[in-house]
Design a protein around this ligand. Structure first.
Ligand SMILES: *[C@@H]1O[C@H](CO)[C@@H](O)[C@H](O)[C@H]1NC(C)=O
Ligand SMILES: *[C@@H]1O[C@H](CO)[C@@H](O)[C@H](O)[C@H]1NC(C)=O
Ligand SMILES: *[C@@H]1O[C@H](CO)[C@@H](O)[C@H](O)[C@H]1NC(C)=O
Ligand SMILES: *[C@@H]1O[C@H](CO)[C@@H](O)[C@H](O)[C@H]1NC(C)=O
Ligand SMILES: *[C@@H]1O[C@H](CO)[C@@H](O)[C@H](O)[C@H]1NC(C)=O
Ligand SMILES: *[C@@H]1O[C@H](CO)[C@@H](O)[C@H](O)[C@H]1NC(C)=O
Ligand SMILES: *[C@@H]1O[C@H](CO)[C@@H](O)[C@H](O)[C@H]1NC(C)=O
Ligand SMILES: *[C@@H]1O[C@H](CO)[C@@H](O)[C@H](O)[C@H]1NC(C)=O
Ligand SMILES: *[C@@H]1O[C@H](CO)[C@@H](O)[C@H](O)[C@H]1NC(C)=O
Ligand SMILES: *[C@@H]1O[C@H](CO)[C@@H](O)[C@H](O)[C@H]1NC(C)=O
Length: 601
């Protein structure tokens, strides 16, 4: 109904506008960028240059460029009397237009992907002129985070051409996101025979873009440590944003070029009896299976468990050069490793003279102790707990029987203390018997008592002791002990009269004697058991006698006494003298001496 007069008006206006040019200026932004789902406001600013001819009537219309065929489609009409949002367009119900004095604003709620198009603003002031301008609406939708996938299988450096290393996908972005590959933070670009990047872009039914990228790469050995990262970049209103994936590494397979062979066990020097472990490793990936052999017979493969060769209880025969190489490589290959194994040893000590050696007194002897070793040794000689010499030779002088004994030599290897050995020699000094102590012994003993006489003699061969005892019928040998080179004899003799005893130690080299002279003292009487009371009585008698003696002496001084008592006096004097002399002897002797007088009386 209202359409017909409006169409006429428009036609009329167009004819009129042709005659008045350049009177209306429009200003719009070229591009307006918004996120999908946000709202957009497109302003259209207009001004009439000739203010005198400012129109009393003008129309504002908004158009969009139709998708596909490029024709324009009106979505809004407005003039001073009416404002119409065209029905049956994509924008019906989605837009509002607000008009101010010199500006029209197109408001679009909830921007869709299809809104990425040109919006035209047309102003027609009839005689005042008409003009139009446009804004390109750009819609953005950030993609999902990119996803990287590394190639899990090993990649061989010997493979011809490029190998797929990783792939990356970034989904559902608008406009199309980009993918950049990084290797250790360095961006990769296509380089012939080195890097190739295959990109596949797909448009989803939703209109979003998904980008898939495959990195093909010439893998080198050092890439076993390389990290690959995929980065997606995409535009957002007013900026370009980037998101990265985590880093992936790849398994690089490369051939073995060098082998390593070393001793795992034991630590330090190897000695006979040790268990030795030789370990071998090739620098290839995956590590090669290895085989061991001795350098002398490289084609004889030693039995090993994996890359470890175990030699149990090694001997010096195991000393030598060992080698290992990757299995499947023949022995002439340069890819191999060698090492020298030295098994150290110390043979049992050999002592010269062997076992037992008899030396004459005064004789000299150089004993030697030798133990063959692969390492420097130290030899120390011991006699019992005492160190008596150092070095392989021990100079011995049979100066006395003390020289006899067991001499032990201890051979050690300072650099390998677990290696040690020892040997010994038994030295016997031979000679005539030598009796200990003084040659002649004199002693005095009371008659009736027993004395013990001992005699000890050294000598080799072992001496025998014989006693010849004169003056006693009752004697017996109560101890006779013989050690290697010494003999000890103890005789018990009952003293009846003076005794002369001779201990004769003899062997086939000679004899030595020791004599004992025992003076039997008859005054020395031994009391039987329980004679204590008798002694007390005797002492009391003596005291009485002494008292009597002193009384008589006193009386003699006072007056003349009968000659009958003179003898008694003389006896007393004698007794006094004798007592003084016998103070040097035993008190028992004195007592015995005094005891005699009453017996005689
Ligand atoms: C239309 O507007 C532009 C810029 O505003 C101006 O340069 C041009 O002269 C105008 N044209 C007319 C016919 O008024
Ligand atoms: C252009 O496309 C629109 C819809 O997209 C349609 O209505 C119109 O008829 C088309 N015009 C031509 C000339 O094909
Ligand atoms: C346009 O304006 C009317 C009235 O103010 C309002 O009801 C409507 O929701 C608006 N449309 C949009 C798309 O904002
Ligand atoms: C037209 O808009 C400009 C701002 O772009 C403003 O400065 C000016 O005053 C407006 N003119 C009128 C007549 O309101
Ligand atoms: C985004 O990716 C493209 C294509 O790889 C590249 O040319 C561009 O430099 C990248 N931009 C940024 C900011 O990274
Ligand atoms: C590289 O890969 C190996 C397994 O293939 C893994 O154990 C290692 O942690 C990875 N290193 C890095 C830095 O990703
Ligand atoms: C092993 O010993 C031989 C001679 O004893 C020597 O020529 C060779 O260099 C040694 N090899 C190693 C790996 O030490
Ligand atoms: C001798 O070797 C044994 C082991 O064979 C060791 O226990 C001992 O300590 C060594 N002795 C010395 C004196 O080094
Ligand atoms: C003599 O020796 C024997 C045995 O050793 C001992 O029993 C005895 O008492 C000794 N006699 C004397 C008087 O020493
Ligand atoms: C000691 O005994 C030896 C051997 O029986 C004999 O030849 C020697 O004459 C004896 N010596 C004495 C002093 O009796």
């Amino acid at each position: 109904m209202a359409f017909l007069p409006r169409a006429f008006l428009l036609l009329f206006h167009i004819l009129l506008a042709r005659s008045v040019l350049g009177k209306l200026k429009l200003s719009m932004v070229d591009n307006l960028e918004v996120y999908l789902g946000d709202s957009a406001t497109i302003p259209c600013h207009y001004s009439f240059t000739d203010t005198e001819k400012e129109p009393s009537f003008f129309m504002i219309q908004w158009f969009v460029r139709a998708a596909g065929n490029g024709t324009r489609l009106r979505i809004y009409y407005g003039d001073s009397s009416q404002q119409v949002i065209d029905s049956n367009t994509d924008y019906t119900g989605r837009i509002n237009v607000t008009s101010e004095k010199n500006e029209s604003k197109l408001f679009i709620g909830k921007v869709q992907l299809s809104d990425e198009r040109e919006f035209f603003c047309q102003v027609d002031g009839l005689a005042a002129g008409s003009n139009e301008s446009k804004t390109n609406l750009r819609v953005f939708r950030p993609p999902e985070s990119p996803v990287i996938e590394g190639v899990l299988t090993g990649i061989s450096v010997t493979k011809k051409g490029l190998s797929k290393v990783a792939s990356c996908e970034v989904r559902s972005g608008f406009p199309k996101p980009n993918i950049i590959w990084y290797r250790n933070e360095e961006a990769l670009t296509t380089v012939p025979h080195k890097v190739n990047i295959l990109t596949l872009v797909t448009r989803e039914s939703s209109g979003f873009y998904s980008v898939q990228s495959t990195l093909e790469y010439k893998v080198e050995r050092e890439d076993e440590n390389s990290l690959f990262i995929c980065e997606a970049n995409f535009s957002v209103p007013g900026a370009i944003r980037t998101t990265s994936t985590h880093a992936v590494n790849i398994t690089v397979h490369y051939p073995t070029t060098t082998m390593n062979l070393w001793k795992g066990l034991p630590r330090g020097l190897v000695k006979e009896g040790d268990t030795v472990e030789l370990r071998c490793r090739g620098d290839g990936n995956p590590p090669p299976h290895v085989i061991f052999s001795r350098a002398q017979e490289p084609d004889k493969v030693l039995n090993s468990g994996g890359n470890v060769l175990t030699l149990s209880s090694v001997t010096r025969k195991d000393t030598g050069t060992y080698q290992c190489r990757p299995s499947g490589v023949d022995e002439s290959s340069k890819v191999k490793a060698e090492m020298n194994l030295t098994v150290h040893y110390l043979d049992p000590a050999v002592v010269v003279p062997r076992e037992t050696e008899i030396m004459d007194k005064g004789e000299k002897l150089a004993a030697t102790c030798k133990a063959l070793s692969s390492l420097p040794t130290v030899t120390v000689w011991y006699k019992g707990p005492n160190k008596v010499g150092q070095g392989t030779t021990l100079d011995l002088i049979a100066s006395s029987y003390q020289t006899s004994g067991e001499y032990k030599c201890q051979v050690t290897v300072p650099s390998l203390p677990a290696l040690n050995t020892s040997g010994s020699v038994h030295i016997i000094v031979q000679g005539s018997p030598q009796v200990e102590g003084a040659q002649d012994v004199a002693l005095e003993e009371a008659v009736g008592r027993t004395v013990n006489l001992s005699c000890k003699a050294l000598g080799h061969p072992q001496p025998s002791i014989s006693w010849s005892i004169a003056g006693s019928q009752s004697w017996k040998e109560i101890v006779n002990r013989a050690h290697e080179d010494s003999v000890y004899s103890l005789v018990s003799i009952e003293v009846t009269s003076d005794i002369s005893a001779i201990c004769n130690a003899s062997n086939n080299m000679g004899a030595e004697t020791k004599s004992f002279q025992i003076k039997a003292n008859p005054t020395i009487i031994k009391f039987p058991e329980g004679s204590g009371i008798i002694i007390v009585v005797i002492i009391l008698c003596l005291l009485l006698l002494a008292f009597l003696g002193s009384l008589l002496y006193f009386l003699h001084k006072k007056r003349q006494l009968p000659c009958k008592l003179t003898k008694e006096k003389t006896a007393t004097d004698d007794r006094e003298k004798k007592g003084n002399a016998q103070n040097e002897g035993t008190p028992l002797n004195m007592t015995n001496g005094e005891k005699k007088s009453p017996n005689e009386q």
